[in-house]
Structure formats: structure tokens, C-alpha cells
Design a protein around this ligand. Structure first.
Ligand code: ZN
Length: 498
């Protein structure tokens, strides 16, 4: 959950645009990258429009990494590859998104995204170019277009939140048409094709293509340890890494020994990573057991123990173990709890029940019980609107009417746990950051970790430096360590309230 949440004006625009694009008259066309004849459901103008709108969804729901130099760097690498592709005139846009998951993805019309998680895990520009070349391949071969049509048909609801409109939808936005594309897999054939096209662009771009196989190795190692971000891991959407590494390795060997003139650009790349955020950003909120702390917005909240929690950009929430009840906190963007509450109940299909006005742990609040008519039946719930630090927080707890009896008490207790965060240890947490150091002599990874301590496990240090646990880092060559970002040792509230 982030402090400054952009207003979402295009919520339904994307779905509508996609629907009209999908209904467009089919025509036969030649695929620009592959030369194959195929049925084109979508014209290039429509493709660009789809991409442009979905791009706004990505910016609003995932967020861009706040560093103009790095954004320009990513755009520069992408431009150099894309201008050597079969579709150089698309409005190519390359963005670095603010997500700890290790991933890259593409949208129709020339939009490519790499996560900061990906950048911090790679060790050279050639590796980054390899991933970007692959994603460019998905666009030039028009895989993204057929994917987004599929995304429309796939009904990937995140939570019960999807079934109410529009306030509760905040929680399900990630699964909306524009972004559900991120959760779908391309076919195996499409992946092979993107690998081949990527290899073509990266080699035309003058890079050494051999590091492409290292990227597969890193992605494999990451997927074994990775936690879920807002964006799924690359390997969850890109199957069969082993096969693909072997295949691309053979293709590279067939190119002969002609490494590009730009080489790998390892040192310059690593210098750019110095100071970059690594892993999840606790300032956007973090959990200690079932207690949620938000340092930026200065509140804490106790979710029911055992519930599955999730901290998204626009909401933090949890679902019951049986997935038959949900709790979500969002920003209401209204000046007072009363106004936010009135607006909530002005929505069609929502009936207001008992009202209660007063304070929650000293913060002005309005709360109501409610019933909502949805396509799936009647939902019952509690809605609280709490004023804190000049913002109004909306807390909703709800379940199907038939189950409400068993959750009412739990929900009421949760709503009443909203509280100011005052503990300095929580308020002052900072994200972990990469720091680039150059060991003066050869060091085993363990020696390196002793000499330059990191706040991540040795296993993580091994992955991000592309060495094995028993490996050696050569002297005189820059290497990564991770500093800062420690969370408080224990949560007194979590242990006392369990
Ligand atoms: Zn792919």
C-alpha cells in the first residue's frame, strides 16, 4: 500500500477498449517478425491503443521506479535493440517498474517492462539486453496481442472484492484485463520464437550473446527462493528454463565465436546498481505475523491470525483460510469519514445497516454494517471510515450472508485494531539497498560476506553475484552486497494478540 495513490479514471476504459479491439474485423496478415501468415484480429493502430491504455494500468497498479537516470538507461538499451527489429517504427517504450519480483513483461504496441528485482539480480548490461530482447520478440511477433485477447476471456478474480462495484473493486484491480495478462503464460512455441528473436536483436545490438544462458541460470535459482511480489515471477509465466537454456546455448554456439563489440559491460552496469533498492520496500507496509505496519502512513492494524495477507499497491488485505471472507484497507480519498461513508452508501445495491460514530483508538471514525446485492448473492459486512494524518482510510470486512454470523466478531475486532503507529523502530525502517564494492584480492563468497557483511542470506548473495555458495569472487572486480533494511526483531503486538 502506498501513500500517494493516483486516481483511477481509466478503470473501465481498458476493458472497453480491449472488448472493442477483440470484436474488430479479422483480416489475414503477414507476421512482421516471423514472416508467417496469420489471422490478425487487431490492427496495428488498435494494438498501439491497447498498449497505451494498459501501460497506464501498469503505472497505476505496479508503479515505476523513481530514478530518472535508470529509466533513461533502460529506454536507451531498449531503443538500440528495437530499432534493429522488424518493427522499428512502433512507439517503443521501456520502463523500470518498482517491484521486487524478478520479472520482465511486454504489452502490445511496443511497451516493455523490467522490474527493479530483475535489474538487481543481473550482473551486466548484456544480460539485461538479453531479457529485453526476448520481450521485444513477444511484441514484434505479436504474441502480446493474442495474449491480451485471451486475458479478456480469462476471469482471474483475486478476491471477493471483484464482485462489488466500484469501491471493493480496488482490491481486484490487479486482475483486471490490462494486468491479468501478466499472469498468463505464452505458449511454448511463442517462448521459443521470442528466444530466437531476442538472440537476433541482442546480437545485432552488438552485445556478447553468451550471457543469455547465465540469465536462465539466475532465473532458475531465484525461482527456488522467491516470494510473491505484485508481479508474478518470470518463471511462473515463462516455462521450461532448462530446455530453453540448452536450446539457446546451441543457437549461440551456431553463431560462431563472434562476441559483440560492446561486450557485456559488467563494471559500468554494476556501478549503476549502487544504492538501488533491493527486495520488498517495508516503507510501503510490512507484516510481522498478522500485524501490518505502515511506516509512511503511520498506522498499524491487526488482521485475524491465520488469514492469507497481501500488501498491494492500492490496498492491503486478507482472506480467511476458507476464502469465504475478506478484509481490505484502502484510501477513501474523501475529506472526512462522513463524506466517504455517504459516498460508499450512495452506490447502487448497497444497503446501510446500523451506524456507529465515535473514535477508533482516538481517531475519528464512522462505521456501519451493510448488505450488498451482488451477482453471486448477498454479502454482509462492516465498513469503517477512519480519519488519520489528513487521510480517510476505508476498512471493509465482508462475507456471504450465510457465513456472516461466524465472522462478525472477528471483523469487529479487526476494525477496532486500527491504530496510530508511534514506535520509532517501525516508523524508521528503510528498504535494503545494493552496495557495490571491489574486493582487492580473490575471495571466496564466505570470505567476502565476512569482510563486507550483508543483510541477506548467503544464498541470496550467491545468486545476485552469479557464483555458487562455494564460489570465489575475483579480486579487482566489482561485486554486490546488500545493506540496511533490518526490520524490528519482534512484534510485541503480534505475540500478545495471537
Ligand atoms: Zn517470454
Amino acid at each position: 500500500m502506498r501513500p500517494h495513490i493516483p486516481h483511477r479514471r481509466h478503470k473501465t476504459a481498458t476493458a472497453a477498449a480491449l472488448a472493442s479491439a477483440f470484436l474488430a474485423v479479422s483480416s489475414c496478415a503477414t507476421n512482421p517478425a516471423t514472416g508467417a501468415h496469420q489471422i490478425a484480429l487487431v490492427s496495428e493502430a488498435q494494438e498501439k491503443q491497447m498498449g497505451q491504455q494498459a501501460d497506464q494500468e501498469v503505472a497505476a497498479s505496479v508503479g515505476l521506479y523513481d530514478d530518472a537516470d535508470l529509466q533513461a538507461y533502460v529506454q536507451r538499451i531498449g531503443d538500440a535493440l528495437a530499432e534493429r527489429s522488424e518493427r522499428p517504427s512502433l512507439p517503443w517504450t521501456f520502463r523500470l517498474v518498482d517491484d521486487p519480483a524478478v520479472n520482465a513483461f511486454a504489452l502490445p504496441g511496443g511497451y516493455v517492462y523490467v522490474t527493479r528485482g530483475l535489474m538487481t539480480h543481473l550482473t551486466s548490461e548484456a544480460e539485461l539486453a538479453a531479457v529485453m530482447g526476448h520481450e521485444i520478440g513477444h511484441i514484434t511477433a505479436r504474441h502480446t496481442v493474442s495474449m491480451i485477447s485471451k486475458a479478456q476471456l480469462a476471469n482471474v478474480g483475486l478476491m471477493l472484492g471483484m464482485i462489488l462495484r466500484p469501491e471493493l473493486q480496488n482490491y481486484g484491480n490487479v486482475a483486471e484485463a490490462g494486468l491479468s495478462v501478466l499472469f498468463l503464460k505464452y505458449s511454448r512455441d511463442a517462448e521459443r520464437q521470442a528466444d530466437d528473436l531476442g538472440l537476433r536483436y541482442v546480437s545485432r545490438g552488438g552485445y556478447d550473446v553468451r550471457p543469455m544462458t547465465d540469465v536462465f541460470t539466475t532465473l532458475e535459482r531465484v525461482s527456488a527462493t522467491e516470494k510473491k511480489g505484485r508481479v508474478p515471477g518470470w518463471l511462473s509465466t515463462h516455462p521450461d528454463p532448462g530446455d530453453r537454456r540448452t536450446r539457446i546455448g546451441a543457437a549461440i554456439a551456431a553463431l560462431g565465436t563472434a562476441p559483440g563489440t560492446l561486450g557485456t559491460d559488467r563494471t559500468a552496469y554494476l556501478r549503476r546498481l549502487d544504492g538501488m533498492e533491493f527486495g520488498e520496500d517495508p516503507r510501503e507496509g510490512f507484516f510481522a505475523e498478522n500485524v501490518f505496519y505502515h511506516p509512511e502512513m503511520r498506522f498499524e492494524f491487526v488482521f485475524p491470525p491465520g488469514w492469507k495477507t497481501s500488501n498491494q499497491k492500492q490496498a492491503v488485505g486478507a482472506v480467511s483460510p476458507n476464502e469465504d471472507a475478506a478484509l481490505a484497507i484502502t484510501l477513501a480519498r474523501r475529506e472526512s469519514p462522513e463524506v466517504a461513508s455517504r459516498e460508499f452508501f450512495s452506490q447502487g445495491g448497497i444497503q446501510q445497516g446500523n451506524a456507529w460514530r465515535g473514535d477508533i483508538n482516538g481517531l475519528p471514525a464512522v462505521a456501519h454494517s451493510f448488505a450488498a446485492q451482488t451477482q453471486q448473492g448477498v454479502l454482509r459486512g462492516l465498513a469503517a471510515f477512519v480519519s488519520h494524518q489528513g487521510k480517510v482510510f476505508q476498512i471493509l470486512g465482508y462475507a456471504p450472508s450465510s457465513r456472516w454470523g461466524r465472522y462478525q466478531g472477528v471483523m469487529s475486532e479487526a476494525l477496532n485494531s486500527f491504530e496510530r503507529l508511534t514506535d520509532r523502530r517501525y516508523l524508521d525502517v528503510q528498504p535494503k539497498k545494493l552496495s557495490i564494492v571491489t574486493p582487492s584480492r580473490d575471495m571466496t563468497l564466505r570470505e567476502f560476506a565476512d569482510r563486507y557483511p550483508s543483510t541477506v542470506p548467503l544464498e541470496t548473495l550467491a545468486i545476485i553475484n552469479e557464483v555458487s555458495l562455494d564460489g570465489t569472487l575475483p579480486g579487482g572486480r566489482p561485486a554486490k552486497r546488500v545493506v540496511g533494511g533490518q526490520l524490528p526483531d519482534e512484534s510485541p503486538r503480534a505475540s500478545s494478540r495471537r
